[in-house]
Design a protein around this ligand. Structure first.
Ligand code: SAH
Length: 563
């Protein structure tokens, strides 16, 4: 045998998927590694036999396998003739595989390895690549799919990391899809060969190692009768080859039926191309996504992808133009026609529009401002679509509640100043005024939807109303409490008014409103910028994200994103 530690770099190992059902696997040792080998053998349908003296400290999972009869224990040390006496009858009692888990320094390791090589029994010795005729792979499995990785003994930690990353890259449901497509393939093959197409081959089910034949993309003409009859098989091969995996895993049985029907009848049938699956039989999908506070760079990548892949987008009216600019031209966009007094009606209209598109099999994106579940009626929409049989995928967005203060240089928490954050609304259901929060000196409070009734809110925070005075346990906010109005946060026309509860209403009256905006209250408002003797300070504009993109990137994105 060659020295594996030197040769592994020169020669690639022959990777294979062994069928070991009912084989006898000998495991020499009883430590945790032996337990892991035993588990692998059982997973592969083999019958493990553990060889270890009675006195050994048996690993608990091994004991478990043994006590439930899945593995057998030969309670003594290893004998040479174990290799040729414990195996299956049909192979003259020779064992099928040997795992030695005693470590490379144990004299038995070398001895057993030599015997196995002589008898052509595959052998694996832990921590001793030079004594192994095979090594196990780090594996990821999803139904019939099995991915194996080896670093040729160079780094098992890295192998397991690679396995995790590959697994994360693969879409979930791939195993089910492989099963589904496999069944279709077998059915087609059976139907086509029953129809007398003797030359239809059922390639590759036993062996995944060959790629496509050179004839894979050969043009099939309408007149080529034999080829036309095998079109369905070709269609299947083509989608397996070309479709993005994520699209492949979303195929339903109904999709397949529809396509197969289209291909099954005679060649004068109106056969669709391989993209024919874009028929109404596809089930519509809905994504409910947050678009962040305004700046397009604050979209998550997930929402950006959803924008690029939607057939129709239903956007809140607060979603700003630079975000809408990212929508490809081919995509239909509706902006909510919400204005004071008709919010419920506009919402209903939107839901019905979304539903109609879903029923047509469309990919619908409901694009909401900020985060969909923070004062966005996101859960109501989720519930509606779920009730109609379409469970939305919900994508978070950066909420204005947390990011507006950040872009105004207000740390929501700050050691020794603020240790908690409260997000509330200034407007209750049907326009009612919600109860004002009690004063907590170390709290930062963010009020959304509050600026249109700013003076009533400030009044409620700082004074008790007539019917409250005697019974209320609420503490009032001191008039000197710092606060800030942040409007159009993250947009080029962002405006920040820094003041105190005493003067903020006057400042807002003087400056006029620039919606959308919110009010931040609490000592944290003056941590980084203190207006000191001034009653208020106004800061205009926001360019904080401009420098993050290189010039070239900004240019390509500007072109690419709108296409
Ligand atoms: N779901 C959204 C909030 C919807 S309620 C989110 O998570 O951000 C709408 C309120 O959000 C507005 O009245 C305003 O108070 C606030 N708001 C939204 N965008 C804003 C922005 N860019 N700057 C400041 N406030 C904003």
């Amino acid at each position: 045998m060659k020295d594996a530690s030197n040769d592994t770099a020169q020669f690639a190992p022959l990777m294979a998927a062994w069928n070991t059902e009912n084989q006898v696997h000998l495991i020499v040792g009883a430590n945790p590694l032996a337990a892991a080998r035993c588990a692998k053998s059982l997973e592969a349908g083999a019958k493990p036999i553990v060889i270890a003296p009675e006195t050994v400290d048996m690993h608990f999972t091994l004991s478990e396998h043994i006590s439930r009869g899945a593995a057998q224990w030969v309670r003594r040390g290893f004998h040479d003739d174990d290799l040729t006496s414990l195996g299956r009858e049909e192979v003259d009692q020779v064992v099928d595989v040997v795992f030695v888990t005693l470590g490379s320094n144990h004299p038995l390791s070398t001895h057993i390895s030599k015997l196995c090589h002589r008898l052509r029994i595959p052998v694996n010795v832990s921590d001793a690549p030079e004594l192994c005729s095979f090594t196990l792979l780090s594996t990821y499995s999803d139904g019939p799919l099995h991915v194996g990785i080896t670093t040729s003994g160079r780094g098992c930690k890295l192998a397991s990391r690679l396995r995790r990353e590959i697994a994360a890259f693969l879409p979930s449901n791939l195993g089910v899809t492989i099963d589904r497509l496999g069944a279709v393939r077998r059915r087609l093959w059976e139907e086509d060969s029953a129809a007398g197409l003797g030359d239809v081959s059922f390639e590759g089910d036993e062996d995944d190692s060959t790629g496509q034949k050179h004839t894979f993309n050969t043009l099939v003409t309408e007149d080529d009768v034999a080829a036309a009859k095998t079109r369905r098989m070709r269609w299947l091969s083509q989608i397996c080859e070309y479709w993005p995996l994520r699209k492949l895993v979303s195929i339903t049985d109904a999709d397949i039926e529809a396509i197969l029907k289209a291909y099954s009848s005679s060649r004068d049938n109106n056969v669709k191309d391989i993209n024919g699956i874009e028929t109404p039989s596809r089930k519509g999908k809905i994504v409910l996504a947050g678009s962040g506070p305004g700046h397009p760079d604050l979209l998550t990548r997930a929402t950006y992808h959803a924008i690029q892949n939607a057939d129709i987008i239903l956007a809140d009216k607060l979603v700003p133009a630079p975000v809408l600019d990212l929508i490809p031209r081919r995509t239909k966009v509706h902006i909510a026609r919400k204005f004071p007094g008709n919010a419920d009606q506009a919402q209903e209209e939107f839901l019905q529009m979304g539903l109609a598109a879903l029923q047509e099999g469309k990919q619908v994106l409901r694009l909401k401002q900020g985060d969909p579940y923070l004062y966005g009626r996101g859960a109501e929409e989720f519930d509606f679509f779920r009730g109609e049989g379409y469970i939305p995928t919900v994508l978070p967005g950066i909420t204005s509640a947390m990011s507006a203060s950040l872009f105004a240089d207000i740390p929501a928490t700050h050691r020794g100043v603020s240790d908690q954050v409260l997000v509330c609304t200034g407007t209750g259901r049907k326009g009612a005024a919600p109860d004002p929060p009690t004063y907590v000196p170390t709290q930062t409070v963010v009020f959304l939807m509050a600026l249109h009734r700013l003076s009533a809110l400030v009044e409620a925070l700082t004074t008790l109303s007539g019917d409250e005075s005697s019974s209320s346990s609420r503490t009032l906010w001191p008039k000197e409490t710092p606060c800030a109005i942040v409007e159009r946060a993250s947009c080029p026309d962002q405006r920040v008014i820094r003041s105190t509860l005493e003067h903020v209403c006057m400042a807002f009256e003087a400056a006029g409103s620039r919606p959308p905006g919110l009010l931040v209250v609490g000592a944290s408002c003056h941590v980084l910028h203190d207006p000191q003797a001034q009653k208020w300070v106004i800061e205009e504009g926001f360019h904080g994200l401009d420098d993050l993109r290189g010039e070239a990137e900004a240019a390509t994105t500007a072109v690419g994103e709108t296409e």
